[in-house]
Every structure is written in C-alpha cells, then in structure tokens.
Design a protein around this ligand. Structure first.
Ligand code: TRP
Ligand code: ZN
Length: 879
C-alpha cells in the first residue's frame, strides 16, 4: 500500500453482527513447506434465514476451488480481491467447500501457518486465520472445529491441534495423519496447529472435582530439559484458579508447545497454547531469576485465558482489554500469592509508570477500549493490558474481594460460550453489588493518566484533618475535554509516633480500621477525619489503588516518616522513590553547573534500610534501595536532557556505592550466605539484594570491587549471578569486561536464549560508542532480522533502554533504527511497527533531536508499500 492511499480506520461504532453462523468447520491440512493445501468445509446458516452475500476474509491465499453443496462455482459466481472472497447469494443453509494453498516456508510475518526451525506452527490472534483459509475471521463467529493434519512422518512425527485426538494412522509414501476435534465452540483466533519433531514432557493434574487432565509440554529435544519449571508453574496455576475462582480446566488434555520464532510471549489457543521459548524454558544455569518469574507468570496468564478469553471471549477487537486486562489482573494475583505481594505490586507499578504512563502521555495514547484502529496488532499495548488490569483491580478495590468474586462468578455463568463486551463485564459487577458503575465506565473510553492533587489541613482545636482532592486528566489526541472519573483512593494515617491511627470520618461512628478506601467521583472533593490528637502524616494511594499521578503536599520529613513507619509496604517503597526522584530531578535541573549529589538524608535512610535488611523481605529492600527508572524521571522533565540524566544517575550511584560501602558489603556477604542456589522466593530475594549491592559497590569503586564481580562471574553456576556480574563489568568498561563477554559467548553460543542476553547486555551499555557497537553486533554471524527475540534483544534494547547511545547528538542511533525498521517492515510488519514506537517520543526532546527523529519518521512514511502497521504508528507519531 502506498502512503498516498491511506488505509481507512475501522470503528467500534460501525460494529454489525455477522451475516451468518458456521455450525461446524472441518479443516484438512496437507502439510508441505512450499505448498500446503488447506481444504475447509463450512456448515453455513445465515442469520436472516434468507440467502445472503458473504464476504470471507483471506490474505495471501491461492484459491484452488469453491463448491457450494458439492456444486463447483463458476468464475462469475464469486469475487476475489486482496482481502476478501465474496460469494453472492449464498443459500440460507448450505455446505461451502474451499480449497486454498499457502507457503509456510515463505511466511516471515509469523502470522498464520509458518515454519520455525522446521516446526510448523500457527499464530491466529488477532487476524492470522485469514492467512490460512477464507473465513469470517472475527471473534464473534464461534465454531466447532474438526481437523485432519497430514504430513511427512520422518520430519513431523508429532501432529497437534486443539481439543482431543480422535484418530490417525500411517499413509503411503512415508506420510501419516492425525484427527483432532475440539468440543468447545471457538473463534478462529484460538485455532492452532503444530507439526514437527518435538520432544515431550508429560505430567498430569487432578482437578478438584476429580477429573484427570493429561499435561504435555512440547519442545525441541535439546530444550526439553528446560521445561520442568513451566510444568510446575502450570500445575500451580491450575490449582490456583480452582482455589481462587472455582474455575476448573475443561478438556482431558492440555498442551503447550515452545517455538523459537514468535511475535509475542505466548498464545492461549484452546487446549494447545503456543509459546515463545523465551516464555517457556528455564534452567538456573541458562535463565535468570527474572526469567523464572516471567515463565511462571506467562504460563499462568495463558492458562487463565482458558476461562477469561476462551470460554468467554470478545465480541470484537475493540474489547481486547476484556480478556487481556482481566487475565493480566488474574496473573498478577497469582504471582502475588506465589511470592511477595508487596514486591510484585511494586514491580507492576514500576512497569506501568515507566511504560504505560509514557504511552498515555504521547501521540499514541488511547483508551483501554480504543474507538478506532488501522491495524489491530498495534493495540496489544501497555494500555490495553496493564492499564486494563488496573481498571479491573479498581473494581476489586471498590467492591471488595468477596463481591468481586461474586461478580466474576456471575460474569462466567451468564456469558459462558459467548463473545461479549466490556459493558457485560462491568454490568455483572454492578448487579452483584448494587453499585452505580456508570461513571466508572469512563475508564474504558477516556485516555490519559489522571492527575490527583491532594492538600491537607489540620485543625488542632477540633482534632480534625481535612484532605482536599482534585482530579483532572490532560488532553490526549482526539480527546480534548475530559470528565471526572470514579477513583478509589486507599488511605491511612500515620501518627507522629509511627502508630497507625484509626480512621473516623466526620459524622461516622468509630470502627477502628486503619485503612480505608475513599471514592473520588467529582472534580473536587474533601474528606475530614476526626478524633486526632496531633497532625498525622497521611498515607495516600496505598498499594497504588488507582493508575493516577498523585501530587501531594507531603514534605521530605513526612516522606522519611512514611518510609520508616507506614504499615503499607507499597507506600514505604513509594516514599523512598519520591525522595530519590525529587533529588534526581533537582540535580538534573541544576546540572552541569554544580556536582549533583544525593542528599545526606536519603543516604542515611538507605543505610538504615540495609542495616535492618536481615529481618526484612530482601527483594523489598533491594527495590527500595534502587533509584527510580530513567523513564519515570524523564516524564517529570519538561525537556529530556539525556546527557544530564546520564551524569546524574551515574553520580548518584557512585556516591551511594562509596558512602554505603560497609553496609553494602555486609549485605552482599550475608545475602551470599542465605542464597542456597535454589529458585525458592527467599533465595531469589537474597540474590536480588546481593546483586543490587554488588552493582553499587562496583560502580562506586570500580578498581576496588571489580575483582569481586569477576569472582562472582567465575564461581557462580547461576545465570542470575553471572549476568549481573557481567553487566556491571561491561558497564564500567574495565579490564575484565571485554574478555568475559567473549567468555560468555563462547560458553553459550548454542543456547539461543542466552545469546539474546548477550546481545541485549551490549545494546544496553549506556555510552557514546553504542551506535557503532550495535552496528557491529548486527554484522555478527549470530544476528538475524528473521528472529523477533533477537531483534528485540539488540534493536529493542538499544532504542528503549540506551538513552545516551540511542539519542546521540549526531542522530546515528535514529538512522540505525529507521534503517532496520524499513528493512524489517516488508518481512514482519508487526515487529517493525513496535520498534518504531520509540520515535513517537520525539516531542519530549530538544529541538535538534526533535527534528532528527521527525525526519526519520517522515522517511519511513515515504517508503513505497509500507505496511498498515508501520503506517499507523508513524503517521500518528507525527500527527
Ligand atoms: N493473546 C496473547 C496474550 O496472551 C497475545 C498474543 C500472542 C498476540 N501472540 C500474538 C497478539 C500475536 C497479537 C499477535 O497476551
Ligand atoms: Zn493475554
């Protein structure tokens, strides 16, 4: 498509139900890398009961034949264009047979049926099924699937699809076949097929009603010994969904397959999840603790989709957050139950603020339920997923756990087997609680991060504290005026002696509770707490009860008080973050005239934390000692000065490392003793603090502590320790870094996922030589644009996590990224468009950089035949 014929957006307001239903589809695949034949037989029933014109979706298919009720159609009885097969006057009930061919080997988009290291696999969400056969490829068309797969026995001994295996056998010429049937009706986006030479790890789960479910994990035979953690995670997920939500698995077989080439993390196809190996494989020598947690989370996420997504699905793609927001919320609850709830919440909020808040403040801002899109693949965003999960969490906070659970029960009971909308979800919550959630619905339609301001007034004569709240949401593209939202604010009061005080609102009886939820629904509201002897320190937005930017009048002393005493762990962490953020932002503003240093109070607070760390949650201590993320700080600056930011962060880390040498070293040693090399929560937490301490020590005094990092690298057999040590050594650019990078590659060159870490580590080293280093790494024999994980490791990390390298003054980083986006766009538009999103931040930089980033966007837009995906991102970014 040329940039002059702009693709038209699709609008939620234009939704119409489909003209017909398919009672059943029988699909026959004769697999071949270059010419796979797909025969589809559709049992059609028009909704009107009269003949209808039927426009089936299809892309890059070669049509061989069409029959209706066994009668071959003539050339004048249908029309084919780039996106559709249109059949005129289709009888109200009939059988349509369509034969098409496709070429899996040439499929570099990784949507539809493709080959990954010799394994045939599919990805149909959102609109990949239309690359397999002509169909009504929309989630509100739900059908029963019968599948026959035929392939070469030697290269494809394993043949899988959704549901249950119902037959199979050998054929002539070294071929064989398998038959699968899925008893559950499903939309086409949940269809899956896998064929290849795969090893299998088997186990089983007995549901609480006593049914035995076979669990099968498939991967390349070289990787099958890295599947145990995923299997264990799956079993715990199944048990958890039964305990937490009363939801049982519904088939006798649950299968997961890992493939190396995948556009996202994983996919919840009914009974046959397909995973990126990066979200499936884990072994302590090849994977970090972060990887272990990621695998556990994604296995749970996809498994939970069996109910929140598969049994109850979305009516149309605008409703994507219905399944994704809810399922992310569910996987967050699961992880929180498996490990430390406070640390999980902190990690989720950091991610939200660093990525989603930035998205919501830029040209690509959209509500969790967008009103229009050009390419739906561009809307698998932090907003739809993570902000969507926050919206579900707010319902949980407003209703309380018990009513929320009733609401979920009602939602599944009411809508099982159907394709529904976000209104249906909120309606179930309203019905069980009797609450008016109409204003709450605005969260689904309004983009932008609300700002909540709070000021306080203490009246010592009456012993009352008044909190005055105002809320406002900044304009976002296409949405100038904003309305007030329904915002739950969890609060507490911390007394001068550090005690949690009972909360009694004026006009209420005392209940003795020390935490409660205030509800904002208007632009301005105030709440008065009574019965107070002295002015307490308010602890506001505990647990980050709403996805807002909070501006309070808390002083530095108040924050230090909360850091010490708040019973809400999240707000203890938040107090430390606010103190550090404030100091960093100030230092950036005055740099480079004065040497930026963290103030003594912050250092002292860190020191106290370290000294008290033995009794505490060590991962919590590590998080609290960590400086806020770059992106979080950048959002608070009017113009992002990358050089000043870099200098300030570095100086802060150096100063902390030097001034806290003794307590950091003590923490390092005691954590090393606690760390038993397992992946239990406590051992992972100890390693987190150990490696945080090591980083500060080495940055603070490179000459003195480089040997400690070198010996950790050499002595540990765990990837977490090795990679942490290597990262810090590469960053300080000392004597050991380069040779250990080589050593690392030499050891792990046959493990693709570890090679990704090697690329990412080097792409993320923040220095002015990075564009050349990244350029050189692209020439490395192990680099390829064909593998999304590798592209993300090198180019994703460089453009998202290497501030001074990517934004180098001469524009070398921008050119490099744009070159590769253009090259990738014709091969895998989905991955190209995603890489391109960084350019959308151009308005946040100085004029010189703005110009350079804009001209790269213009250059991309001018590419003949640019994909819909990249067109949408680039044009909206400039807009
Ligand atoms: N539904 C998947 C999830 O659980 C997302 C996903 C996987 C996806 N693969 C995709 C989305 C390809 C679009 C294209 O989050
Ligand atoms: Zn999902």
């Amino acid at each position: 498509m040329s940039p002059t014929t702009h693709p038209e957006p699709i609008r939620l307001a234009d939704y119409r139900p489909p003209v017909c239903e398919f009672e059943e589809i029988s699909l026959d695949f004769v697999l071949d890398p270059d010419v796979t034949t797909v025969t589809s037989r559709l049992k059609v029933k028009t909704r009107s009961g009269a003949p209808e014109t039927l426009a089936l979706d299809g892309r890059e298919l070669t049509l061989k034949s069409i029959k209706i009720d066994d009668r071959p159609l003539g050339r004048d009885e249908f029309q084919v264009d780039r996106e559709h097969l249109t059949l005129i006057d289709v009888p109200s009930t009939c059988l349509i047979e369509i034969v098409t061919t496709i070429a899996p080997r040439l499929n570099s988009a990784l949507m539809g049926l493709y080959l990954s290291n010799g394994i045939y696999c599919t990805q149909c969400e959102a609109e990949g099924f239309r690359r397999i056969t002509y169909f009504l490829d929309r989630p509100d068309v739900m059908t029963r699937y019968k599948v026959r797969i035929e392939a070469d026995l030697a290269s494809c001994p394993v043949l899988l699809s959704n549901g249950n295996p119902v037959g199979g056998g050998k054929l002539a010429n070294g071929r064989h076949f398998a038959l699968w049937e899925d008893p559950f009706r499903k939309p086409a986006y949940l269809f899956a097929l896998v064929a290849g030479d795969l090893a299998c790890l088997e186990d089983h789960h007995v549901t609480r009603s006593g049914r035995r479910v076979a669990l099968k994990l498939y991967a390349d035979s070289a990787a099958i010994d890295q599947c145990a953690h995923a299997m264990d995670s799956l079993k715990r997920s199944m048990r958890w969904d039964e305990d937490a939500y009363g939801l049982e698995y519904d088939l006798d077989l649950f299968q997961i397959v890992g493939v190396g080439d995948f556009n996202f993390g994983a996919m919840e196809n009914k009974g046959l999840n397909i995973f990126n190996t990066s979200a499936l494989l884990a072994r302590t020598d090849t994977s970090t603790d972060g990887d272990f947690q990621q695998v556990e989370r994604i296995v749970a996420h996809e498994y939970f989709h069996n109910w929140s997504g598969d049994r109850v699905t979305c009516r149309d793609w605008f409703q994507l957050t219905l399944k994704e927001g809810l399922t992310v919320f569910r996987d967050q609850q699961f992880s929180s139950d498996m490990h430390s709830a406070a640390v999980k919440r902190i990690a989720d909020v950091m991610l939200l603020r660093e990525t989603q808040f930035a998205e919501d403040a830029g040209p690509l801002a959209h509500p969790i339920r967008p009103e229009s899109y050009v390419e739906i693949n561009n809307f698998y965003t932090r907003t739809v997923y993570e902000k969507g999960a926050e919206v579900v969490r707010m319902l949980h906070t407003l209703l309380g756990a018990e009513l929320f659970r009733k609401g979920i029960d009602l939602y599944f009971a009411r809508h099982d087997g159907s394709a529904v909308t976000c209104e249906d979800f909120v309606q179930a919550m309203a019905d069980v609680s009797g609450r008016d959630l109409r204003r709450f619905m605005r969260w689904y339609s309004q983009a932008g991060t609300p700002e909540v301001r709070v000021t306080r007034e203490f009246d010592s004569s009456t012993g009352s504290l008044t909190l005055e709240f105002t809320q406002s949401t900044p304009p976002t593209p296409g949405q100038q005026a904003k309305l007030p939202l329904h915002i739950p604010i969890r609060v507490g009061l911390v007394g001068r002696d550090g005690q949690a005080l009972p909360l009694q609102l004026a006009g209420e009886n005392a209940k003795g509770e020390t935490a409660r939820v205030l509800e904002l629904t208007e632009e301005r509201q105030s709440f008065t707490f009574v019965g107070l002897d002295a002015a307490p320190v308010p602890s506001i937005l505990r647990g980050f009860s709403a996805p807002v930017r909070l501006r309070s009048d808390l002083t530095k002393d108040d924050l230090l008080h909360l850091l010490k005493h708040d019973e809400d762990a999240f707000n203890r962490w938040e107090a430390a973050q606010s103190l550090a953020a404030e100091a960093i932002v100030q230092a950036i503003r005055m740099s480079p005239q004065r040497q930026p240093v963290p103030d003594a109070d912050l250092i002292q607070a860190y020191s106290r934390l370290l000294e008290g760390s033995i009794e505490q949650d060590h991962a919590f201590v590590a998080r609290t000692l960590s400086l806020p993320g770059r992106s979080f700080i950048a959002q608070q600056l009017s113009v992002i000065d990358v050089d000043a930011m870099h200098r300030v962060f570095k100086t802060f880390q150096e100063t902390i490392g030097r001034e806290l040498e003794a307590p950091l070293l003590a923490a390092y040693r005691s954590m090393a003793r606690i760390d038993d090399g397992s992946t239990r929560t406590a051992a992972m937490a100890a390693r987190t603090l150990k490696n945080a301490a090591l980083a500060y020590l080495v940055i603070g005094q490179p000459a003195k502590f480089e040997p400690l990092a070198v010996s950790q690298y050499r002595q540990s057999s765990m990837m977490t320790d090795r990679l942490s040590a290597l990262r810090i050594l590469a960053e300080i650019d000392g004597a050991a870094g380069a040779s250990l990078l080589e050593d690392f590659y030499g050891r792990w060159q046959n493990e693709p996922l570890v090679v990704n870490k090697w690329f990412a580590l080097q792409a993320g080293i923040e220095d002015y030589k990075s564009p050349e280093r990244v350029e050189a790494l692209m020439q490395h024999p192990a680099f390829t644009l064909a593998n999304p994980n590798r592209v993300r490791a090198l180019l994703g990390t460089f453009s998202m996590a290497n501030l001074i390298g990517f934004h180098r003054e001469d524009g070398a980083g921008y050119r490099l990224l744009a070159d590769k986006v253009i090259e990738l766009d014709s091969k895998n538009a989905q991955v190209a468009a995603r890489l391109l999103t960084t350019f959308g931040r151009w308005r946040r930089f100085d004029l010189h950089r703005q110009q350079m980033m804009k001209s790269q966007l213009e250059r991309i837009l001018a590419v003949p035949g640019l994909s819909r995906d990249s067109y949408e991102i680039a044009s909206k970014s400039l807009g």
